[in-house]
Ligand binder design. Structure first.
Ligand code: SF4
Ligand code: SF4
Length: 216
């Protein structure tokens, strides 16, 4: 039996998609359990344009406007997949004006990796893309995936800074940019950040420390 079970909580005070997580679960177990939700019709998706409530072929595609900063594991996998250096990856697929202010945002509107309404890097897309669903999530589930995604993105930010890949010049900062910059400041001293800095695969990241800390 999988270490992570996904179910729907009907509690009227705390309704939504919920998780049951075993003590030996890894982040990869969570991703494997989460993936079928993209095609799951039973829980409902607010913005799905398909009668079958599937993300596949959805024309209200959230990838059109998403603000995607990849987690560090996805960032490294992307460079490997495209067979390019981190510098070339940033130069070709990330917004230069955001990089100038210290943010690694993939080129949006629509996402640079959306081809013919499909994600061209689907198996290695980043955590923020894997977790996003326009379904109702239970509060603790939302808190956990937000925390994990935030730490993954912060790790990319810290890594990019260490590698000299961030410009961090003064420039125009939108409210969304500010939110991410503040988030990175907050999480760059988080004790669990090191898991993302050290790991090459999601299997290497144990889930339980994140579950405990997300509840704090
Ligand atoms: S999560 Fe995105 S792709 Fe999936 S149904 Fe909602 S808007 Fe469409
Ligand atoms: S990387 Fe893929 S899933 Fe993420 S926003 Fe771009 S096209 Fe969508």
């Amino acid at each position: 039996m999988s270490q992570v079970q996904v179910y729907y909580s009907n509690n009227p005070d705390n309704e939504g998609i919920a998780l049951q997580i075993g003590p030996g679960a890894s982040l990869n177990d969570l991703l494997l359990a989460w993936q079928p939700l993209c095609d799951e019709s039973a829980y409902g998706k607010k913005y799905a344009s398909n009668l079958d409530q599937s993300c596949r072929g959805c024309t209200h595609n959230c990838c059109d406007t998403a603000y995607v900063i990849p987690d560090l594991i996805a960032f490294k996998k992307l460079a490997g997949h495209l067979r390019c250096t981190f510098k070339a990856l940033l130069g070709n697929y990330f917004q230069p004006e955001k990089r100038d202010i210290g943010l690694l945002r993939m080129i949006p509107n629509p996402c640079v990796f959306l081809h013919n309404r499909l994600c061209s890097i689907y198996p290695i897309r980043s955590l923020i893309c894997r977790f996003y669903l326009c379904s109702t999530l239970r509060g603790d589930t939302e808190q956990l995936i937000y925390y994990i995604s935030s730490l993954g993105m912060t790790a990319t930010h810290v890594f990019a800074r260490q590698e000299g890949l961030l410009a961090e010049k003064p420039g125009t900062i939108s409210s969304m940019d500010r939110l991410f910059l503040e988030l990175f400041k907050k999480y760059s001293s988080d004790p669990l950040l090191q898991y993302f800095l050290d790991a090459e695969e999601y299997e290497e990241i144990p889930l339980y420390p994140f579950v405990k800390r997300a509840r704090l």
